[in-house]
Design a protein around this ligand. Structure first.
Ligand SMILES: Cc1cc2nc3c(=O)[nH]c(=O)nc-3n(C[C@H](O)[C@H](O)[C@H](O)COP(=O)(O)OP(=O)(O)OC[C@H]3O[C@@H](n4cnc5c(N)ncnc54)[C@H](O)[C@@H]3O)c2cc1C
Length: 465
């Protein structure tokens, strides 16, 4: 046992605070440095993904650290997608045919605050705020920090350093700039960015639209979504191209044009948002990208975890859940090789990376599904069939969405391969008239199963997996 080891964590966001809590529970000496002020004391969320979809993979991590019930009290269940068309008609499409399968809306700040508080309950965990990591010397296992207030710089030493400092990671930058080993890195931006807006509660504090759903206004090339908050408001996010199409972020420059865009494309939403123009010009527009890199670790000295290793676009609602699952997977490897950091880091990366690569690709797929496909008749027919299959045969069928979101016992990669094959099978058979919503449901199940297996077998033969 090597319990007295000193672990330095860079970044006390969602992943870093959970990791600090878990390593604290395991008895390590944990020191965390966070560049921002303590979010339990200062409101620093303005305009940046205020709430998030939290689901079973994230919850598995909360169970591991024993705070599932506390987290549950912060959650608002969302049973499905509430689709809004241009005429203001709505259509609820459940996430699953099994009643116990739903996702939740949760406040980033509340959840992060809870994790920090739980971590700090351990005497062996210390968290410092307002200290920004500038670079990491991964050969010496030291990190250079700067104090936000005094501007003083100082170096911290540790037995091992884990960076959970998000998509713009300082450790990842040091790997890249250091050129001391073969470090592969890619960053792919979408042509679309996002901006957060809001639907405020009614005067009596009620929700202005249906509470228990993730609302989507799909418009083909762009979309708006809304997730509920505990105070009766909704956080609304507009996903839009920077420079393509009639309306884009670069040309929405006046209150009149923003109002015109919303009234034309999202009339029912704009009625709920008298504060639209104010929000639009106050809140930042931010880019969306996918980061992939390897290796995640340098010997047993340093490791990237969470978004710093694998930032993804938000369309599967899985970035945070994946980062939490990282901690669960890491914890399992710690059980096997406690103290041998190099083996721990390389085994963790070996088992984990294939799954985070898969969710990165699935998240891009879902970008197109949410802004476009959900509004199409063939897609809606497919969802109807999947709902019926899940209802009638809860143990025999799980859609791709269910496999990714509610089947935390399988990895993202397995969920992706099976889910994509199933999607292909159903869509092909619907398009070819082999099945329809009128076909007996047991016949559909048998056909979908055999067609899915045939597709998986073809893919195996073609060497696709
Ligand atoms: C618009 C949007 C919507 C999203 N929606 C969802 C969703 O619905 N569901 C979901 O599961 N995921 C969602 N995500 C993804 C989710 O936000 C991330 O995957 C998650 O925050 C990753 O956690 P992390 O701790 O790795 O990184 P972060 O949460 O980014 O935390 C990094 C921390 O490190 C600190 N830091 C950064 N640099 C330094 C430095 N140099 N020195 C010290 N500290 C530093 C930061 O201040 C921060 O506290 C969304 C993301 C976006 C952008």
């Amino acid at each position: 046992m090597h319990k007295q080891q000193n672990i330095l964590i860079i970044g006390a966001g969602l992943c870093g605070s959970l990791l600090a809590l878990r390593l604290g529970q395991r008895g390590y000496n944990v020191t965390v440095y966070e560049m921002r002020p303590d979010l339990r004391k200062t409101d620093i969320s303005a305009g940046r993904s205020i709430n998030l979809a939290f689901s079973d993979r994230g919850n598995k991590a909360m169970k591991l650290v024993g705070i599932e019930d506390k987290v549950k009290s912060l959650c608002i269940p969302m049973n499905g997608r509430m689709l809004h068309d241009r005429e203001g008609n709505t259509f609820l499409s459940n996430y699953s045919g099994r009643d116990h399968e739903y996702i939740n809306s949760i406040s980033r700040g509340e959840l992060n605050g809870l994790l920090l508080t739980e971590a700090e309950k351990h005497d062996n965990v210390t968290i410092y705020f307002n200290k920004k990591c500038k670079s990491v010397d991964f050969e010496k296992t030291t990190a250079l920090f700067q104090d936000y207030e005094t501007k003083d710089e100082f170096i911290e030493d540790a037995d091992t350093i884990i960076a959970t400092d998000g998509a713009g990671s300082a450790l990842r930058k040091s790997y890249y700039l250091g050129k001391k080993f073969l470090f592969s890195f890619s960053q792919d931006y979408l042509t679309h960015g996002y901006k957060e807006l809001s639907i405020l509660p009614t005067e009596t504090g009620d929700y202005k639209t249906y509470k228990n759903a993730l609302h989507i206004w799909p418009r083909g090339d762009f979309m708006v979504i809304a997730l509920p908050n505990l105070d009766g408001s909704f956080t609304v996010t507009l996903f839009l191209s920077y420079d393509e199409g009639e309306y884009n972020f670069n040309n929405l420059t006046t209150p009149e044009r923003v109002t015109e865009f919303f009234q034309k494309e999202f009339p029912d939403a704009s009625e709920l948002m008298p504060n639209l123009v104010e929000d639009f010009f106050e809140n930042p527009t931010a880019p969306l990208g996918t980061v992939k890199c390897s290796p995640w670790h340098y010997k047993g000295n340093t490791l990237l975890m969470g978004d710093s290793a694998h930032a993804i676009v938000p369309f599967y609602g899985q970035g945070m859940n994946a980062s939490f699952e990282d901690v669960v997977e890491f914890d399992a490897v710690l059980d096997k090789h406690d103290g041998d950091w190099e083996t721990i880091f390389s085994e963790y990366e070996k088992t984990r990376k294939k799954d985070t690569d898969a969710i990165a690709d699935l998240a891009i797929d879902n970008f197109h599904e949410m802004k476009d496909h959900v509004g199409q008749a063939l897609f809606q027919e497919k969802r109807k069939i999947e709902m019926a299959l899940e209802k009638e045969f809860p143990n025999d069928y799980a859609s791709k969405y269910s496999l990714v979101t509610f089947n935390e016992h399988i990895g993202y990669r397995e969920a992706m391969l099976r889910g994509r094959a199933q999607d292909k099978a159903i869509l092909n058979m619907l398009a070819d008239g082999i099945i329809s919503t009128a076909t007996p449901i047991k016949t559909i199940l048998d056909k979908v199963k055999s067609e899915t297996e045939a597709i998986l077998e073809d893919d195996r033969i073609a060497g696709l997996h």
